[in-house]
Write a protein that binds this ligand. Structure first.
Ligand SMILES: [Zn+2]
Length: 102
């Protein structure tokens, strides 16, 4: 998976299709991501000592294949490609304009 926390992404499938956001969490091994403020679900929470319970809005995980990284330079979305620098370091670059995705 070429998506990391804090990446700017666009949702390309599902009910929030077309919306952009930032990756809040990557769930490794499950190929899922959480986009801050999107794909919200209501969850009934039982009261405990930390909260009074009730209905909470939570972000549901999205399949990583349903989001694409947005290049901050050319504003296009794509799956970043891995570029290996001459010193052996790997960086992610835009597939369209070769800008480094930080
Ligand atoms: Zn680009």
């Amino acid at each position: 998976m070429n998506i990391r926390k804090n990446d700017k992404v666009i949702i390309i499938a599902g009910k929030d299709k077309g919306k952009t956001g930032e990756i809040a969490k990557v769930i490794l091994g499950k190929n899922k991501v959480i986009v801050a403020g999107h794909n919200m679900i209501s969850k009934h929470v039982k009261p405990n000592k930390d909260n009074k319970g009730g209905i909470q809005k939570l972000e549901a995980a999205l399949d990583a294949s349903n989001v694409a990284v947005v290049c901050q330079k050319c504003k296009k979305h794509m799956t970043p490609k891995i570029k290996i620098e001459s010193n052996g370091a790997k960086s992610r670059v835009c597939r369209k304009c070769e800008a480094v995705i930080s």
